[in-house]
Design a protein around this ligand. Structure first.
Ligand SMILES: Cc1cc2nc3c(=O)[nH]c(=O)nc-3n(C[C@H](O)[C@H](O)[C@H](O)COP(=O)(O)O)c2cc1C
Length: 189
């Protein structure tokens, strides 16, 4: 029987009108069409305090960090749309990764990351579409045992792209994301 990959999909932005949320939803839809089981989450629904070693020592992982980490554990692949902040990763995304990387009793190290496959994308009103931030996201994830797919998408001038060319982008993303989803399927089992 064919294996159905489970993919967790989210943006590194909490903003209501986030371009990255819109982009990752397109990718999620495409991955579903390609046969994956996709769980779409919004990091706004699981607000995590800034990582603090004292807080962790006193109380363990905060409930929403635990929830996010558990979702990561339960999925094979990740679709992440990461906004670029000052040429790098957004604080929201880095903080979520930091909490999820923390080991709990009797767990192997990096249990939420090791062996996962990730596809990255970004959207920005700028001319580079958040491409520079993806370099950092790729580096972080690769260093914590995630296989980051070589293909990535950066949507430049997102305010125009999503307003005027939404259909074209949708088609373009859909075609590329089919490839990602199949690649994820191929590599996860
Ligand atoms: C603190 C901050 C830094 C930013 N730095 C960059 C940047 O380096 N490059 C870029 O293209 N856009 C930058 N932007 C603009 C974001 O790309 C833009 O706000 C985008 O809409 C954020 O993603 P979202 O729509 O998913 O929330 C920055 C925005 C903020 C708030």
């Amino acid at each position: 029987m064919a294996y159905t990959p489970k993919i967790l999909s989210f943006a590194g932005s909490t903003r209501t009108d986030s371009f990255n949320k819109r982009l990752v939803k397109l990718a999620a839809e495409a991955a579903r069409l390609a046969g994956a089981e996709v769980t779409q989450i919004d990091l706004r629904d699981m607000p995590m305090p800034l990582y603090d070693g004292d807080l962790e020592k006193a109380q363990g992982l905060p409930p929403d960090a635990k929830r996010f980490k558990q979702l990561m554990i339960e999925h094979d692949g990740l679709l992440i749309s990461a906004p670029e902040y000052n040429s790098s990763i957004s604080g929201v995304l880095k903080n979520a990764i930091d909490w999820a990387s923390r080991p709990e009793p009797n767990e192997p190290p990096l249990v939420a990351f090791t062996g996962k496959v990730a596809a990255l994308m970004s959207a920005s009103p700028g001319a580079l579409g958040g491409l520079r931030g993806l370099v950092t996201v790729r580096s972080i994830l690769s260093n914590i045992n995630v296989l980051v797919l070589p293909h990535q998408v950066a949507v430049a001038k997102a305010h125009e792209a999503f307003n005027r060319k939404v259909k074209a982008i949708h088609e373009c993303q859909r075609e590329r994301d089919f490839r990602w989803a199949f690649e994820i399927k191929f590599r996860t089992r």
